[in-house]
Design a protein around this ligand. Structure first.
Ligand SMILES: [Zn+2]
Length: 386
């Protein structure tokens, strides 16, 4: 027997895609953990268990493009556990590692860095806090890695290279060579951009990024110190990388980068992350808050902003999720304006600079959050609230 759920009376259904950010539908049929149909309440209502959204907004589960996990739901950087569960309460259902850099005693040579990436990938494939998908095992580039190493790791499922600039490979020609090997093996590669993050890393300018040509130019608004806006323009001009805005960064630069990318008509190249846990801490609402900055300060509409934190990221990372489409995983957020907001719904709340309310979260079609422990309550309460 298949397991069916229908979400009805959706006030606004956001696709997570820039080409059609708001869908002309008010109901979703979920079957066996995936989205089975998109339509209207009267048509989709049937024998399935019903979740009445009561006019709230439904959107794809948010994707945090920049997290530094270790093993399990614990971070030695901030001595905190269960933080990834807290992120799900902030609407995040997919997490992408930028490298397991906080691992105590992290090995900094060829065999050790490979082992760490493979172990992190394999443990987080099986370990899913509240059903969230943690894409971990982001290989940190150390001197001596060979082309065969990338192929070997890719064959075991490792599909990420962690932030270049943190580990021992610091010269652009070596980083570029390893990036070519990684990309040929199907991996996506991230480069740390801007000022030094912690005393052991380095500052990275546009010339380095242009030579390395990664898939992701990390935290161009600062991690935590922002790159020059001219460097961001050069990265947009001379590479195909997506540019990332993070919570652990500079707020004014977040605004300037958003406007730069929008002015150039390249919003498909904008993605969102937290860059956490970091010195700025564990941030369960980091993706939501960064979205409110880029919408309220950068001038993007709510639906477009949602795409930058969902479908843009899964497209850049070539991973499932991030969009409302038949066959995609039913990883969903039910949200609204927070109670007391001047705004009338989730999108208007983002545009006003408020942090939206998370009224519910589903992973693989199952309700895992019915009342966020981290956001204010919603203006309207869906049937499952509480
Ligand atoms: Zn960084």
């Amino acid at each position: 027997m298949s397991e069916q759920t229908v979400i009805t009376n959706i006030g606004t259904l956001l696709s997570g895609r820039l080409d059609e950010p708001v869908l002309d539908a008010d109901a979703l049929l979920l079957e066996d953990g995936a989205i089975a149909a998109i339509g209207h309440t009267a048509d989709l209502r049937g024998d399935a268990a019903e979740l009445d959204a009561k006019g709230t907004t439904v959107l794809p589960g948010l994707v945090d493009n920049h997290v530094h996990p270790v093993m399990g739901d614990y971070t030695p950087r901030q001595f905190q556990s269960s933080y990834l569960e807290g992120y799900v309460h902030g609407g995040v259902t997919t997490v992408v590692s930028a490298g397991e850099v906080h691992t105590p005693g992290r090995p900094k040579e060829r065999a050790g860095t490979k082992a760490l990436a493979m172990l992190a990938h394999k443990t987080f494939t099986a370990f899913r806090p509240l059903g969230a998908k943690i894409h971990a095992g982001a290989l940190l580039l150390e001197d001596g890695l060979t082309e065969d190493d990338f192929a070997e790791l890719a064959a075991e499922g490792v599909h990420l290279v962690g932030e270049i600039g943190i580990s021992s490979v610091q010269d652009a020609p070596t980083a570029a060579q390893m990036t070519r090997w990684a990309q040929a093996a199907g991996m996506t590669v991230t480069v740390h951009v801007g000022g030094t993050s912690v005393p052991t890393s380095r500052s990275v300018d546009a010339a380095f990024v242009v030579e390395v040509k990664p898939d992701v130019a990390a935290h161009v608004n600062g991690g935590p110190t922002a790159a020059a806006i001219d460097d961001v323009a050069r990265i947009l001009d001379e590479t195909d990388a997506v540019v990332e805005i993070v919570h652990n960064g500079n707020v004014r630069a977040a605004r300037d980068v958003t406007q730069l990318v929008a002015d150039r008509g390249q919003l498909h190249r904008l993605v969102v992350g937290t860059d956490s846990p970091a010195g700025t801490g564990v941030v369960p609402l980091g993706v939501l808050r960064t979205m409110s900055w880029i919408s309220a300060l950068g001038g993007l509409s709510g639906p477009v902003t949602v795409a930058t934190a969902t479908g843009n990221t899964t497209a850049a990372r070539r991973i499932p999720g991030g969009v409302i489409a038949v066959g995609e995983p039913a990883d969903l957020v039910v949200g609204d304006a927070p109670d007391g907001s001047q705004a009338g719904d989730l999108c208007a709340a983002l545009e006003a600079g408020d942090t939206p309310s998370i009224a519910g979260v589903l992973t693989d079609g199952k309700l895992v959050v019915t009342k966020s422990r981290n956001t204010p309550p919603p203006l309207r309460r869906p049937s499952f609230w509480g």
